[in-house]
Ligand binder design. Sequence first.
Ligand code: SAH
Length: 273
Amino acid sequence: MEEKGAENGVAAMAACYQGFDPAAYLQNNYTPPRADFERKDCVVLWKLACLHRAFTEGDVSGELLVDIGSGPTLYQVLSGCEVFNKVLLTDFLEVNRQELRSWLQDEGGCSLDWTPYLQHVCKLEGRRPSAWTEKAARLRQVIVDIVPIDVHRPQPLAHDALPSAGADCLVSCFCLESASPDLASFTRALGHIGRLLRPGGHLLLIGTLGMSYYFGGAGVKIPTVPVNEAQLCASLKESGYNLIRLEVYTLPQDMKLGVDDAYGVFFVKAMKE
Ligand code: SAH
C-alpha cells in the first residue's frame, strides 16, 4: 500500500514536469534580481561562490564529474570544469537536454546568454573577465555527453553511462527536492544518486529550503517537498553521506518573486562513506 502511494506521488510529479518551460524557468531564476552581477547579495552570486570554493579547496578531484538534474542551466559546472577532465550532464526532460545541446553546439538558439556567468567565475578564479571565451571552450571540450536520468530509479542512469568505478564527484542543484513528492522519496533519491558515486567521492548539493511549490513555466505550478536543515542532515546521513559543510542563504525579501515559496537555499559538501 505504502509503496503504491510512493509510486503514485512520483508519477504525479513526472506528469507536472511535462509542462516545464526551460525559457520561463531561466527567466524566473537566472536573470535579475536573482542573477544581478552588480549585487553582491543576490542568490546566484552566492551559489557561484559556494561552488568555486568547493572545487578549489583541493580535496575534490578525479576524472569524472556528473551533474544530476542539470535542467537548462550550466552555471553549476563552471568551476568544476576546470578540475575534471570529463563532465557528464543529465536531465529528466528532453527539452532541457536540448537547451544544453544548443549551447554545446554554439549555433545560436539558446534561451539564456551565459557570458556574464562565465565572466564572473573567471573573476573568482583570479582571471581577467575576457578569459570567459577560454572557459567556454574548456567547458565544451570536457562535456562528454548529455543523457537522460530519473533519480527515482534505483539505477538513475542507463547502465553503460558511467565507468564501473563510478563518478568521482556529483553536483546537483535544485533537483531532488524539486522532483520529490515527499521527504521519504527525497531521501531515497539521495541514496539512488549515491550509487553513481565512488566511495570517498564528493557530493555538492544545492537546493531550496522550505519550498512547497515552484513555477516551471507560466501556469505550471509544480508541488515540491519542503525541506529544512535538520531533515536535510538526517537524509544525508541515512543515505550514506558524511557531511563536511552546510551553508545557508536566506532569500532577501525583494528576491521573493512569487515564482516559488522558498525561504532560503542550502549548500552541502559531503562525502560518500
Ligand atoms: N539544476 C538546474 C535545474 C533544476 S530544476 C538548476 O540548478 O536550476 C529541477 C530539474 O529536475 C528539472 O530540470 C527537471 O527536469 C529535473 N527533474 C524532474 N524530475 C526528475 C527526475 N525524476 N529525475 C531527475 N531529474 C528530474
